[in-house]
Design a protein around this ligand. Structure first.
Ligand SMILES: Cc1ncc(COP(=O)(O)O)c(C=O)c1O
Length: 460
């Protein structure tokens, strides 16, 4: 406690490590977003199950979970044993290994709808190869993405939710991103089927792919509006475009078959990453055999580490754990219970915070009564979560992501639930209520919208 009675922790070792690290690691952290952490990036030494420990010796309930991959928590024994066994047998053969095929068959069986898949290493790469397949399949170049969603950091799709206007033309999001890389990118509003249909009409005969994160994971984490994904499916069919679901976040997190399994609409291709390797870098594209098989007819798919045996061992172990009876109902129940309790705390404190559960994720949006889609999410109080809440929750031993998402793992139990809720209650009595957003203007464009956190247009 500090003299005012507020919880506090000494992070001097993390602060020193950050200052020291800045001299050798650009920005002092491995990604731009992590470098922006307040008060500074924390340095961690180890994690176990739902908890993580920093260099100052503090333990936290971890709701960051590696920005999503750790759906089984830290150092899950089944994954760790599989990885150890593979480490002993070698981790890179520069050719195929049986596990590559076994894991592919198991993964396709878990999805239930896809005929073929490709291995790669990160979500960014998975989206890259999916777009290349779609362009090769259609002989077209234009990609329509929805709602400024984050699909990785490559130049051709990096355009955040503030980086486009009503004309659908995207602007770059990063310094150094060439304008030429964005000439074939268009952006339509998530949830707006008529607007998307009009954009597709304007671009008739030019659109290779519609790229959508079904649950808009980085801008709201919402259930798709009724009929929305089916509407996108129909639009893709009408216009001869490939429908790509970016399931890098929702894959395995919402169900074994991800958002596709949950909402029942089948894309042509889908991308996966994050949770499929439980923290070991691995990603994949799955989908129609005739589209994926274009890798045998001119589409270049490369990657030194693609399908490496350590990664595929991790996928198999992850599927073993997640395939057990009752795993997903338990995750869903835990998320609903946490959302309910956090919402009740906010109501008691008189703070307007929309709290919702989606699969193994809870999402809190300050200053908004109800988030139905990214447009509502973008009206959140810009600083309440990151500047007011996160540092204080850290002091109470709760490690949170910017942007309002709390990830859960199979290892989070009653103790973690109670600690998170108690910390939220304690912190809410000490911070100002979020600024309540006005209802959205019917004529508003995405241009110049306030951003409520510098990191919410992308993640990791
Ligand atoms: C929806 C979505 N797609 C793609 C990516 C890129 O994945 P990676 O960071 O593994 O390259 C992310 C990362 O956060 C994501 O959230």
């Amino acid at each position: 406690m500090d003299p005012t009675g507020e919880a506090s922790r000494d992070w001097s070792r993390s602060a020193a490590a950050y200052e020291h690290g800045r001299r050798s690691v650009g920005g002092g952290a491995a990604t731009s977003v992590r470098a922006g952490w307040r008060p500074h990036p924390l340095f961690f030494t180890h994690g176990s199950g739902p908890r993580i420990v920093d260099v100052d010796g503090h333990s936290y309930v971890d709701h960051v979970l590696g920005w999503g991959p750790l759906l089984l928590g830290h150092a899950h024994p089944v994954v760790t044993a599989a990885a150890h066994a593979q480490l002993d047998r070698g981790v890179l053969f520069g050719s195929s290994s049986p596990a590559e095929v076994t894991a592919a068959r198991r993964f396709l069986a878990a999805l239930g709808w896809a005929e073929r898949m490709l291995w790669t290493n990160t979500g960014t790469e998975a989206v890259q190869i999916a777009l290349r397949l779609a362009r090769a399949h259609t002989g077209r170049d234009v990609v329509v993405k929805l709602g400024g969603g984050y699909h990785g950091w490559h130049d051709t799709v990096l355009a955040g939710y503030r980086d486009y206007g009503d004309d659908g033309v995207a602007r770059g999001h990063s310094a150094g991103q060439p304008a030429s890389a964005l000439t074939d990118l268009r952006v339509a509003r998530y949830g707006d089927l008529p607007g998307t249909a009009a954009l597709l009409e304007r671009e008739a005969g030019r659109v290779a792919a519609i790229l959508v994160d079904p649950t808009s994971s980085n801008t709201g984490s919402v259930e798709p509006p009724p009929g929305y994904l089916a509407g996108l499916r129909a639009l893709a069919d009408t216009h001869g475009a490939v429908l790509i679901f970016d399931e890098v976040v929702s894959g395995l997190r919402l169900s074994l078959a991800g958002a596709t399994g949950r909402f029942g609409v089948v894309p042509d291709l889908a991308t996966y990453g994050k949770a499929i390797g439980s923290g070991i870098a691995v990603a994949a594209v799955a989908g129609r055999g005739d589209v994926v098989d274009l890798v045998t007819r001119g589409v270049v798919h490369s990657g030194t580490f693609n399908g490496n045996p350590l990664a595929t061992a991790a996928v198999l172990a992850t599927l073993d754990v997640l395939g057990a009876d009752g795993v997903y109902p338990a995750l869903d129940r835990a998320a609903v219970a946490l959302a309910d309790d956090l919402r009740a705390v906010a109501v008691r404190a008189g703070h307007v915070v929309d709290v919702r559960a989606l699969g193994a994720t809870v999402v809190a949006t300050p200053g908004v009564e109800r988030v139905a889609g990214p447009d509502d999410f973008l009206r959140a109080d810009p600083t309440w979560w990151s500047h007011e809440l996160i540092p204080r929750m850290l002091a109470h031993g709760i490690y949170l992501l910017p942007g309002g998402r709390l990830f859960l793992s199979t290892e989070h139990g009653a103790a973690e639930h109670d600690e998170t809720v108690a910390a939220f209650a304690a912190v809410l009595t000490r911070i100002r209520p979020p600024v309540t957003a006005r209802p959205p203007s019917r004529t508003a464009t995405h241009r110049g919208r306030p951003t409520w956190d510098s990191s919410t247009g992308r993640s990791s």
